[in-house]
Design a protein around this ligand. Structure first.
Ligand code: AFP
Length: 345
């Protein structure tokens, strides 16, 4: 029977994927649904920013030694509170928390691990630029239940994610997610009057080659020669290879990534020598690079640290940073050729 009016809701879509996977128990569906509830609450609060006394800094710094905004704290708390009771998680890891987050009693523990960045791009909050929530979900590998013993389970390479995605709080609120293995990348737009995410971007495929490069070029002097040569290459004029590329950089990873996912191109946050404590650049492997790397791979793009796939990096710590080159496959492969020194211009 043809659908009347509404289209496909996110819940319907997740349940359909569950039916198509004979091994699915429904645990995962519950988990994603609760994540969506958290995102709706964050979205509502983001839309109110400026109207109530919730924007602006708390005055504190997070584990990354960055200023914490009130909305970061709010988004972190909401996500933890919504997800801790569902019974499907054994622990969580957040960009805002130094250590893994335990599931407190009386809530039951499950077999999944949620790693997330509750509000990415937070320095853009009070200037009305898009921000987002990024998440990756892993299955626990050991039989451990004690939080002190679960770090190894949380530190799996990104290739082990069973789902990943993001929410963008922008001109509209959008959720993009994938469960990998050829199931595709799908985008859903929140219809505020219905309070529902409806399928708006089915089976997203990113162009094989793009025309956009996205990087904080203010860091040019902090980069090595290879990185500079790469960016110079994108800016040089050459009709045959479609150059110069167009420069687009918002400073919110989710927003920059989402634009390039749909339009094609490359986002990069290279290693630099700006801060000796962050030689691998600013971005975090577990809560930023890995989830987006899973999404882009499923959309037929590619994510690299300049030397190899992000998804194959064996993580050593929860807040590990990594250089990131992500987007259209051909553009990211080209970046790898420059960073490895195989191509010079
Ligand atoms: P904030 O959350 O501190 O705004 O950082 C955002 C971010 O992690 C990522 O979303 C951006 O792509 C990147 O940092 C921007 O960093 P620069 O300001 O150094 O370009």
């Amino acid at each position: 029977m043809e659908k009347q009016g509404l289209g496909i809701t996110i819940t319907e879509h997740i349940l359909k994927q569950q039916r198509e996977n004979p091994e699915a128990t429904g645990a995962f569906t519950i988990l994603l649904n609760e994540l969506i509830v958290a995102a709706k609450v964050i979205s509502r609060e983001v839309n109110k920013a400026g109207l109530v006394d919730i924007i602006g800094a708390t005055g504190g710094v997070n584990v990354q030694e960055e200023q914490v905004q009130k909305l970061d704290v709010f988004a972190n708390q909401v996500t933890i509170e919504r997800l801790q009771h569902v019974g499907q998680l054994c622990c969580m890891g957040s960009e805002e928390n130094a250590d893994l987050i335990d599931i407190p009693p009386p809530y039951p523990k499950g077999n999944y691990i949620l790693l997330f960045d509750p509000l990415d791009g937070s320095s853009n909050i009070d200037v009305n630029v898009s921000i987002g929530t990024i998440f990756g979900i892993y299955r626990k590998q050991s039989d451990e239940t004690n939080i002190d013993m679960l770090l190894n389970d949380a530190l799996q390479p990104g290739i082990k994610q069973v789902a990943a995605g993001y929410f963008i709080y922008g001109s509209s609120t959008i959720m993009v997610y994938t469960t990998g293995n050829g199931t595709g990348v799908h985008g859903f737009t929140l219809f505020p009057s219905l309070g529902e995410f409806l399928l708006s971007h089915e089976n997203i495929r990113t162009p094989e080659k793009g025309k956009i490069y996205s990087v904080n070029e203010g860091n040019y002097d902090y980069w090595d020669e290879k990185t500079r040569a790469l960016v110079d290459y994108f800016k040089a004029r050459d009709r045959e290879t479609g150059r110069p590329y167009t420069s687009r950089y918002v400073g919110s990873l989710v927003a920059d990534f989402h634009r390039n996912l749909l339009k094609g191109g490359i986002f990069m946050y290279p290693a630099d020598n700006k801060d000796p404590k962050k030689p691998s650049g600013k971005l975090r492997l577990m809560v930023e690079a890995n989830p987006l790397a899973m999404v882009v791979k499923e959309a037929k793009g590619y994510a690299s640290d300049g030397h190899g796939p992000i998804l194959e990096i064996d993580p050593a710590e929860l807040h590990q940073r990594t250089p990131l080159y992500i987007g259209s496959k051909k553009d990211v492969e080209l970046a790898e050729a420059f960073i490895s020194g195989k191509k010079r211009g």
